[in-house]
Design a protein around this ligand. Structure first.
Ligand code: PMP
Length: 368
């Protein structure tokens, strides 16, 4: 018998659990993790090298612990793209929005507290809750994957969670949550506790609609989280950030590790922000490809959930996992998020999307 995880004194709530794991398989077309398919443009790669070289000269010292220059540039980006004035004091950054969410749950969740999300949604919200000792409450979504406001308000009033997650556009379903719904959920959460409401806008740049950043005005319990992993095409960089009342930024300092954002990370993110306009140009191409996927999937005869993200949920399958396998057999990796009857495909390059559409066209023929 080999010594394994069960032989270690791991925390009870971690026993028998699996780590987050989208398969990282070596196949020709990988459309499973909502990455941006376009490599960073060469002038940006050069600029990153320059900035990192500069940073390397100072690596004997700890980095700027408060990442002031980076937060200033992120605040400028948010102000410019949302029309809502965001200052450095409103912004906090960490290693991916996963770390932002972890810091928020360490601050506002934790043992004896609970967080609620409307599922199916981004599975890491529940996993980070578990990792931070926060109880998880699975809130309801309608048959069409929208948030039914009355049911959601009832769940908030009943459970009085300390943290409420609203993912818009939602992952894996793709649909956005109307601003009016988010406002009503905020009111319900304030009446019940008051609790913190975290709006996860990881995919907002791909949306037909606007960011909810303007809702931050006068709402100190609201947090908007963002990432450079999707629209900026920099999943490998690991840079997420939030916008909120300055008091929230002060509060997360209580749990952040000192110097959590390396000088290399800060330098790379600053270089990427200098190229925002080029990178957002790719977003426009991806939105057009996303819309093409929606139209073609419907033309083939699949059901599709309305998408405001860089991915599309499609179905329905009697056995979604078997369908996932058949598509993989044709060299295309999509995602089975465990939503019964549905799969999710990320918008790739036009050629990748063509390969995917060929695969699902054949699958449809096989199944009819
Ligand atoms: N939020 C949502 C809704 C996501 O889908 C993802 C990534 N899949 C993240 C947050 C985390 O992104 P990152 O840590 O790369 O910023």
């Amino acid at each position: 018998m080999t010594f394994g995880i069960d032989d270690l004194p791991v925390r009870d709530e971690l026993r028998g659990k699996s780590p987050y794991g989208a398969p990282q398989l070596d196949v020709p077309v990988r459309l499973n993790t909502n990455e941006n398919p376009y490599p960073l443009p060469e002038p940006l790669v050069e600029r990153i090298a320059e900035r990192v070289r500069e940073a390397a000269r100072g690596l004997n010292r700890y980095p700027d612990r408060d990442a002031v220059e980076l937060r200033t540039r992120l605040a400028e980006y948010l102000t410019k793209t949302s029309g809502h004035a965001v200052g450095v004091e409103n912004v906090w950054a960490a290693n991916g929005s996963n770390e932002v969410i972890q810091q928020l749950l360490q601050t506002f969740g934790g043992p004896g507290r609970t967080a609620l999300g409307f599922e199916p949604s981004y599975s890491m919200h529940a996993l980070i809750a578990r990792g931070t000792g926060t109880g998880w409450i699975s809130g309801p979504r309608g048959e069409d994957f929208t948030i039914d406001l009355a049911a959601a308000e009832r769940a908030i009033a009943e459970h009085r969670p300390d943290v409420v997650f609203v993912t818009t556009p939602n992952n894996p379903t793709g649909n956005a949550v109307p601003a009016g719904t988010v406002l009503a959920l905020y009111e319900a959460a304030q009446a019940a506790k008051p609790s913190m409401v975290i709006v996860d806008e990881a995919y907002i740049e791909f949306s037909h609609g606007d960011s909810l950043l303007p809702l931050l005005a006068g709402r100190p319990h609201l947090v908007v989280s963002r990432t450079m992993s999707k629209a900026f095409g920099a999943a490998g960089l690991r840079l997420g950030y939030l916008a909120a009342h300055p008091a929230v930024v002060d509060a997360v300092q209580l749990v952040r590790l000192p110097y959590h954002l390396s000088a290399v990370t800060q330098a790379t993110a600053l270089a990427a922000l200098e190229h925002t306009d080029t990178l957002l140009g790719y977003v426009e191409q991806l939105k057009a490809e996303r819309d093409r996927l929606v139209a073609e999937l419907r033309a083939i005869g699949y059901e599709v959930t309305e998408s405001d993200a860089n991915f599309v949920q499609f179905g329905r399958f009697e056995d979604a996992h078997a369908a996932w396998r058949r598509i993989l057999d044709r060299g295309v990796l999509v995602r089975d998020n465990g939503v019964p009857g549905w799969l999710r495909v990320t918008a790739g390059t036009p050629a990748e999307n063509d390969a995917f559409l060929d695969a699902v066209r054949e699958l449809k023929k096989e199944q009819s």
